[in-house]
Design a protein around this ligand. Structure first.
Ligand SMILES: [Zn+2]
Length: 387
């Protein structure tokens, strides 16, 4: 009777699982174990315990105690880390950030530009589904022609990441003329990678590699040295390229390089920026915002709120670094203002350059006297400069 009862109860003793770790499902598993133990204990209450069962039970209780303790200490660690993250966010993020952004940014037309920048960024990153969803939710008018180049580039890049050369090669051959005008070596590099891959396959591909080498013919004058290196490597084909002085040809970095070259040249050819306007603006904002917030605090402290009108210009110049240099700007030496489309730089016949506003102010009796060399001239002779 006792043996029967003991056997029955032993079957109900929960199987001890590996120690619990804090994480998704940890609490649920613990609850299941505790329920199992509770059920077993309830049934055991009615049955006298054998010595073995008592031992199993005491081990079981000890394991539960340890597990609960582990869970509690893990939870404590996580909790203290999370509470530190919260404090770090509070310390580093300024809730007053919106104050330095003019309200006009959120108005319909400006907002549309922002939405388009986000959509372009998503297309550029290959997140097509998210971009489509945003187009629908924001009712943005996105032309089919707008997304076409991104879709094409993304599919080719995806293939390149998988070390498939075919789509990129077809694209480069199709755009050969335009790529040559950009001094791009993309097509040569793709043929080179294909050739290296044949070399890496061993002596069996020797004839195929030799026959493929004819693709280098149009590039012979531009890439003579690289072609010589590849031809030289053929000597070591039987020994294995990996053990030859040409082992650098098998370097994985060639694949990273080709992805970068393809992105750069294809974007240049299609008139797209290599980096999305959104990420460039974000990077610029990270540099400029802290400076602007300091300026705003100073302006408010000195109560001279009229200094910063928010109208398309910042209260001070902020250095963003060489990475953000895209084109030259011209500041009028007379009015000390940056020239704009409505107030462009004008080159006088003596060669000095001033802004149109300055020129208009200097006209006296239909004549203009250059403020640098006092040459008198007809204001209409000045020519607009485009930077
Ligand atoms: Zn002059």
């Amino acid at each position: 009777m006792r043996g029967e009862g003991a056997g029955q109860s032993a079957a109900e003793v929960p199987v001890l699982r590996p120690p619990l770790r804090a994480g998704p499902g940890g609490a649920a598993r613990l609850r299941h174990i505790l329920i199992d133990v509770l059920i077993s204990l309830t049934s055991l209450q009615r049955t006298p315990l054998s010595a073995t069962l008592s031992l199993v039970m005491s081990q079981c209780c000890k394991k539960i105690k340890d597990t609960v303790q582990n869970l509690a200490s893990d939870h404590k660690d996580i909790h203290s880390s999370i509470s530190r993250v919260g404090k770090a966010i509070d310390r580093n993020f300024d809730a007053d950030l919106c104050g330095i952004v003019p309200a006009v940014v959120w108005e319909s037309q400006e907002k549309q530009i922002l939405v388009m920048a986000i959509i372009e960024h998503l297309y550029q990153q290959g997140m097509l589904g998210v971009a489509e969803e945003l187009c629908q939710e924001s009712i943005a008018n996105v032309d089919v022609d707008f997304k076409k180049p991104f879709l094409e580039l993304n599919s080719i890049l995806e293939a390149l990441h998988k070390q498939e050369l075919e789509p990129a090669l077809s694209w480069a051959i199709f755009h050969r003329q335009q790529l040559a005008e950009l001094n791009s070596s993309l097509e040569f590099r793709l043929h080179r990678l294909h050739f290296i891959r044949l070399l890496a396959s061993g002596p069996g591909k020797e004839l195929e590699a030799l026959s493929y080498a004819r693709h280098f013919q149009p590039f012979a004058h531009l890439h003579q040295q690289e072609i010589q290196v590849m031809m030289g490597s053929l000597v070591y084909l039987r020994l294995g390229l990996r053990n030859s002085p040409y082992k650098h040809l098998l370097d994985d970095s060639h694949w990273t390089d080709i992805c970068e070259t393809f992105t750069r040249d294809a974007c240049a050819l299609l008139g797209l920026s290599v980096e999305s306007p959104l990420s460039v603006s974000f990077a610029a904002g990270c540099v400029a915002l802290p400076v602007l917030m300091n300026i705003k605090a100073v302006i408010e402290q000195r109560q001279c709120t009229g200094v910063w009108s928010h109208k398309d210009e910042l209260p001070i110049e902020i250095e963003l670094g060489m990475k953000c240099w895209y084109h030259s700007v011209f500041a009028c030496p007379i009015l000390r203002q940056q020239t704009t489309d409505s107030n462009p730089p004008i080159k006088l016949i003596c060669g000095h350059v001033i802004s149109r506003d300055a020129l208009n102010k200097l006209i006296n009796g239909g004549k203009l006297k250059c403020p640098y060399c006092p040459m008198e001239q007809n204001p209409a002779d000045g020519k607009r400069l485009i930077f």
